[in-house]
Design a protein around this ligand. Structure first.
Ligand code: SF4
Length: 263
């Protein structure tokens, strides 16, 4: 295993040992995850929660209701998540695709082979790799890793990747690193865990060990990003601090910087 792969694996194990399984995604149905994956584009999760609350109160969190609801009403319900006209239209587009290709059945859609379904989702208006992979992993339990801005930031700051590396390369790197992780590890670490979210129906769904590891690693990276690896990093106390390259100087509130060369 290359140094980059073994480092990524060590990061995962360190985060898992510190916090344990995270119970992501906090949703009661597959469609709720799909709606959340669209609504979270370009906004903070707290705004998504407000839009989801609106949808829940209007009993609109289902394929059949989104199909029937007038677009102007849907726009108002998702308004707190920003870009509300665009997001309402994208949800409608997803339902049109589901109806046309799979007769409105999420079961039929998710029973497709992973790469085929991924290509179909990526062809939909407004679905980039992060949204497609969130839907595949967290709604469909397909084993794909979700790369987000925190993943990129953490791996860049630790000099695992360069600035120009693309989404697919990062995804392949992490999937290669995690594919050999012990299947029973999660069960062992559930004792004494510090989950970030309460257990939900979707977080407890049956899935392969690999999908569960991708699920947890992404959630752990999001937590690291939220709590420590912000635009100004808080490296002291971060579970990944021991792995930060030694040639970086860290002082409170500063970016990790290369130590000046000594003459
Ligand atoms: S906060 Fe510091 S130690 Fe933690 S992941 Fe970011 S750069 Fe690494």
């Amino acid at each position: 295993m290359s140094k980059a792969l073994s480092s990524i694996r060590e990061y995962y194990l360190a985060l898992l040992r510190r916090w344990g399984p995270q119970n992501w995604w906090p949703a009661q149905s597959r469609f709720e995850v799909i709606a959340g994956a669209y609504l979270t584009q370009n906004t903070a999760w707290i705004n998504v929660e407000k839009a989801m609350m609106n949808l829940r109160q209007a009993r609109a969190l289902s394929v059949s209701r989104i199909r029937k609801i007038p677009i102007t009403e849907l726009e108002q319900l998702v308004r707190p998540s920003g870009y509300f006209r665009q997001k309402a239209q994208r949800l409608k587009t997803f339902i049109a695709y589901l109806d046309e290709k799979y007769g409105g059945s999420l079961d039929r859609m998710f029973s497709q082979e992973t790469q085929k379904l991924r290509a179909e989702l990526l062809a939909l208006n407004g679905v980039g790799p992060e949204t497609a992979d969130s839907i595949l992993l967290y709604a469909g339990n397909h084993p794909v890793f979700v790369v987000d801005a925190y993943t990129r930031r953490i791996l860049e700051r630790h000099r695992i990747i360069g600035k120009k590396i693309g989404y697919e390369e990062i995804r392949n790197l992490i999937e290669s690193a995690i594919s050999s992780t012990e299947p029973e590890l999660l069960k062992v670490l559930e004792q004494g865990a510090e989950p970030r979210h309460p257990v939900s129906r979707m977080s407890r769904m049956q899935r392969s060990h690999l999908a569960q590891h991708y699920n947890e690693f992404h959630a752990l990276i999001v937590r690291t990003g939220n709590e420590f690896c912000r635009s100004i990093p808080r490296c002291e106390g971060c579970p990944l601090r021991p792995f930060l390259p030694r040639h970086f100087v860290l002082t409170g509130g500063q970016q990790p910087r290369r130590r000046p060369n000594r003459k």
